[in-house]
Design a protein around this ligand. Structure first.
Ligand SMILES: *[C@@H]1O[C@H](CO)[C@@H](O)[C@H](O)[C@H]1NC(C)=O
Ligand SMILES: *[C@@H]1O[C@H](CO)[C@@H](O)[C@H](O)[C@H]1NC(C)=O
Length: 404
């Protein structure tokens, strides 16, 4: 019997052999699994890109959409708002929240309530912005690890069924949704507490003066959304944009208060704010930090792509306001300073005063300051040092002084 008892080194050899077999088998399994990179049923990460209209969220969306581990949908809440155009934003909150929950769980059947009788991939809002909808198993056009060409995808991939989208969603490790129609965090609490979800919220903010300038380029596109946001109130046309901005800036304050000043335990570590301006000044640094926050790996290809899209030429096309084009993003983010009349800038600074102070956007006190591009209006963010009481320097309009 003694011959049968393995000695210590034989045992160790067997353990190592078994380990090697597991590694080999897993590698083999990954290659065989239908779509490559991710194990289909592993724990998923769910990411909500929270922003408002014209705040650079299309760009941020692309940063995630083009990642090979990400299934991305742009603004599913659009379907809710456009189906119920006579509502108020408040009354649609829960419907939006429940839609997010279903889509995060890859239950695309929920879209049935918001789509026409006959539908396919092309019925989804801005579907061609999603690289996953241009890649297998939905469409053969773009291999998962390649960058998607929106125009080509639009021409070739629209007629697929939503069933395929569901299968696609199941096969990714990260489900990322963009949302510009959420103005508080409280309605999302059930998602944060849902044991089936692993939610991260990335909140993208932008200088409200730049937001106004960008919204003016496509003002007509916002008429219906403005009415919903302003609870269908009758408001003189000239006032609408200021009231909309006021709502948006108030929502920034509310979200800041909920997420950073008195967060409930389930929100801690799940919220991250990013300023558009920081992202265009230091795209790689900021995007690296965002990837890290949600557990995505940066690749050399993605780094090159990010550089390309933030350093191109031109200001994009007016006729296609939602399209992300190659342009010098840092330059574009200053365009409001020459484009907006100072009177308008003053109004925006009034309605957004607290949010601007909170996010480190300095006010200009006269037209000369507005036009002087060498005057940097962005204050570096020092987290958790925000004070509700403006400093003397701010009150007197001394824009050279940093807040404490
Ligand atoms: C994207 O696809 C369109 C249509 O197929 C093509 O004309 C265009 O050159 C492509 N763009 C890039 C950057 O490859
Ligand atoms: C499906 O998509 C194509 C566009 O790719 C469209 O022409 C067609 O009408 C769609 N079919 C249905 C039933 O919606």
């Amino acid at each position: 019997m003694a011959r049968c008892r393995p000695n210590l080194s034989t045992l160790m050899f067997l353990v190592i052999l078994q380990g090697a077999a597991v590694v080999l088998f897993c590698g083999w399994y990954y290659q065989l699994s239908p779509c490559g990179s991710e194990p289909p049923n592993g724990p998923k990460v769910h990411v909500l890109l929270l922003s408002t209209w014209r705040s650079g969220s299309s760009f941020l969306g692309q940063v995630f959409s083009q990642h090979p581990s990400v299934f991305y949908l742009m603004e599913p809440a659009w379907h809710v708002w456009s189906q119920l155009p006579k509502s108020s934003g408040r009354s649609l909150r829960m419907a939006v929240r429940d839609l997010f929950r279903s889509v995060f769980q890859c239950d695309l059947g929920v879209m049935d309530a918001y789509l026409p009788n006959q539908y396919n991939v092309s019925s989804l809002f801005m579907w061609s912005h999603s690289r996953a909808l241009c890649s297998p198993p939905v469409c053969q056009l773009t291999p998962r690890d390649k960058f998607s060409n929106q125009t080509a995808c639009f021409l070739k991939c629209g007629s697929q069924s939503l069933q395929k989208v569901q299968g696609s969603c199941d096969s990714y490790s990260h489900i990322v949704l963009k949302a510009v129609r959420i103005f508080e965090l409280e309605s999302l609490y059930p998602l944060l507490q849902d044991p089936n979800l692993n939610l991260r919220i990335i909140h993208l903010v932008r200088d409200p003066r730049a937001v106004v300038r960008s919204r003016e380029e496509s003002a007509k596109a916002f008429i219906r959304d403005n009415s919903i946001l302003l609870d269908q109130k009758t408001i003189p046309a000239a006032e609408v944009q200021f009231l909309v901005m006021q709502e948006i800036c108030r929502s920034h304050l509310r979200i800041h208060e909920t997420a950073l000043l008195k967060p409930p335990p389930f929100l801690k570590g799940r919220y991250k704010m990013v300023r558009y301006e920081d992202m265009v000044r230091n795209p790689l640094g900021e995007i690296n930090a965002l990837y890290e926050f949600v557990g995505l790996e940066m690749t050399k290809e993605l780094q090159e792509w990010i550089y390309r899209v933030t350093h191109g030429k031109g200001q994009g096309s007016k006729r296609e306001p939602f399209k992300i084009t190659s342009r010098n993003a840092a330059e574009v983010s200053q365009a409001w300073r020459s484009a907006l009349p100072h009177s308008k800038v003053k109004r925006i600074q009034q309605v957004c005063r607290a949010a601007m102070a909170l996010h480190g956007y300095k006010a200009v006190s006269n037209e000369k300051e507005q036009k002087r591009l060498d005057l940097d209006l962005l204050t570096p963010l020092e987290p958790y040092q925000f004070s509700w009481i403006p400093t003397k320097a701010e009150q007197s309009g001394n824009t050279d002084q940093n807040k404490g």
